[in-house]
Design a binder for this molecule. Structure first.
Ligand code: NDP
Ligand code: 2IT
Length: 460
């Protein structure tokens, strides 16, 4: 073997050993935090070629530092229901990394929320936010509160109690939360009101996803769903394929799903199915997005009700079978681990050409491997769903300038950002010998900026 090849081989082995040892340390320090471990494993494994080429990152213990949050806050959230009963939920905020900007990331209200879920989301947010090209660090928060079936006043009291504690830890230059599952404009409004009351000043930039009347940005509501579709469109065009005329399946029927359905339809694709946690609807004529908007955004109803207005459509109990529907493009936009190895194989055998992750970590590690080993174009969450947080950063910029941009201006910026993320991820995959692998490319592109900023700022 030639000397150079031998050296490269040694560096690769050192890099693999470093990643393995750092990952085992994460497992040991975070036992039973399976979602967090899963998110860490995906990123760490992608970085082997970076460490082989630039060994100085290993000396800086960069993985050990990146995988330990700067701060994790857990707090009691007591609230009273409409009957006068007292309830106690647990609130979280993880302030994961502030190397390139204030902590930024959404709040999730869902009964499944725990430390592992919040840490996986906060960890992914570091790299996603870096990919947007904007100065935002990584954070995430939420509560195991279940908003389903709660009255508007119960939601308000919960949000106020949650913010009474959280207000001490956030601020426009410190940590800027937004929405995620179970948290939309209504909840952000109640939390903003409580923050303002507690802090005694109008700090518009402390939360994003606000209503348009009081500092919200146009396109923020649409941004994640539109962004996923812009990304998939870019990825397909790059490979000579087109979204126009394609059959699409979108899981979920919340904020991300609704605006993904809207944009696919606008670009000439046909969305034939969407879901909620109860089941899925198949509509051969194409999902009527106005019906879904009204059912979900206004009336807080179930997808099962869709078929009453569209009797030709079919409703099936249980959401995971949605991936058995043949489609050209699959957009998982509901929640983590909704596509497993079996569903991934099913999609492929039914001829899927592209998968775009709107949700965070919707594919298991095994499912990702299945996609990467096939000819499917695979757009990973950190890159594909970054449009939401990107427009959040544009909302912060508008709040700082005390002005607001038009819908067209923000939409054009979103489109440009998604295109940049695609190009940066593709280039990183080419630079590190994994051409076309967007999982590796996005992780590397997101990592390098944060890692270099951390090193430049010393051991902090
Ligand atoms: P919403 O609360 O608006 O909608 C969530 C949708 O997913 C609902 O249809 C919900 O069904 C379904 N869902 C949630 N949890 C489960 C579950 N455990 N099993 C099955 N279905 C489930 O949330 P968003 O649309 O905002 O978020 C969806 C995904 O996108 C999440 O992974 C989120 O982290 C991610 N994301 C969101 C961004 C944003 O800007 N909002 C930005 C980037 C990523 P049901 O109503 O029955 O609960
Ligand atoms: O996962 C995400 O990127 C979000 N939920 C959006 C975060 C934000 O700060 O807009």
């Amino acid at each position: 073997m030639k000397t150079i090849e031998k050296m490269e081989q040694t560096h690769l082995q050192e890099a693999q050993a470093y990643v393995q040892q750092a990952y085992e340390a994460v497992q040991k320090r975070n036992p039973n935090h399976v979602e967090f471990q899963q998110a860490v494993k995906e990123v760490f494994d992608s970085l082997v070629p970076v460490f082989a080429k630039h060994p100085h990152y290993m000396k800086q213990a960069i993985l050990e530092r990146l995988s330990e949050p700067e701060r994790l806050i857990s707090f009691r959230v007591p609230w009273v229901d409409d009957e006068g009963n007292i309830h106690v939920n647990r609130g979280f905020r993880v302030q994961f990394n502030s190397a390139i900007g204030p902590y930024k990331g959404g709040l999730r209200f869902h009964p499944s929320v725990n430390e592992s879920i919040i840490k996986f989301l906060g960890f992914e947010q570091i790299f996603k936010n870096s990919l947007t090209g904007q100065p935002i660090g990584g954070g995430k928060g939420g509560s195991d509160f279940d908003p389903k079936g709660k009255s508007d006043s119960e939601i308000m009291r919960f949000c106020q109690s949650f913010m009474s504690e959280l207000s001490q830890h956030i601020g426009p230059d410190l940590d800027v939360p937004a929405g995620d599952i179970g948290v939309g404009a209504r909840e952000v409004g109640y939390m903003f009101g409580q923050y303002k009351k507690m802090r005694g000043g109008y700090e518009a930039g402390v939360l994003t996803g606000k209503g348009l009347e009081y500092g919200g940005s146009l396109v923020r509501k649409e941004a994640t769903g539109y962004g996923v579709v812009y990304f998939v469109d870019e990825m397909m065009k790059d490979k000579g394929l087109s979204l126009q005329g394609s059959t699409v399946v979108v899981s979920g029927s919340g904020n991300v799903s609704i605006y993904a359905i809207e944009k696919v339809t606008e670009l000439g694709g046909k969305v034939v199915a969407c879901s909620d946690s109860g089941g899925y609807v198949y509509d051969s004529k194409g999902i009527n997005v106005d019906t879904v908007k009204r059912l979900k955004e206004v009336e807080q109803k179930r997808m099962s009700e869709y078929v009453q207005e569209h009797p030709h459509a079919e409703y099936y109990e249980g959401c995971s079978n949605i991936w058995s529907i043949p489609c050209d493009i699959a957009l998982p936009c509901a929640t983590q681990n909704e596509i497993d190895e079996y569903s991934a194989n099913l999609l492929i055998s039914n001829g899927v050409k592209a998968v775009g992750e709107g949700a965070n970590m919707p594919s298991t590690l095994e499912a990702i491997d299945v996609f990467l080993e096939s000819n499917v174009l695979f757009a990973p969450a950190k890159a594909a769903n970054a449009g939401g947080v990107a427009v959040s950063a544009l909302e912060m910029a508008q709040n700082s300038q005390r002005l607001s941009w038009t819908f067209e201006e923000v939409d054009a910026k979103l489109k440009a950002i998604m295109k940049n993320i695609y190009q940066d991820s593709i280039s990183a995959s080419e630079d590190y010998g994994t051409s076309g692998n967007l999982v590796v490319g996005a992780n590397i592109a997101g990592f390098k900026k944060v890692a270099d900023a951390m090193i430049a700022q010393g051991l902090i």
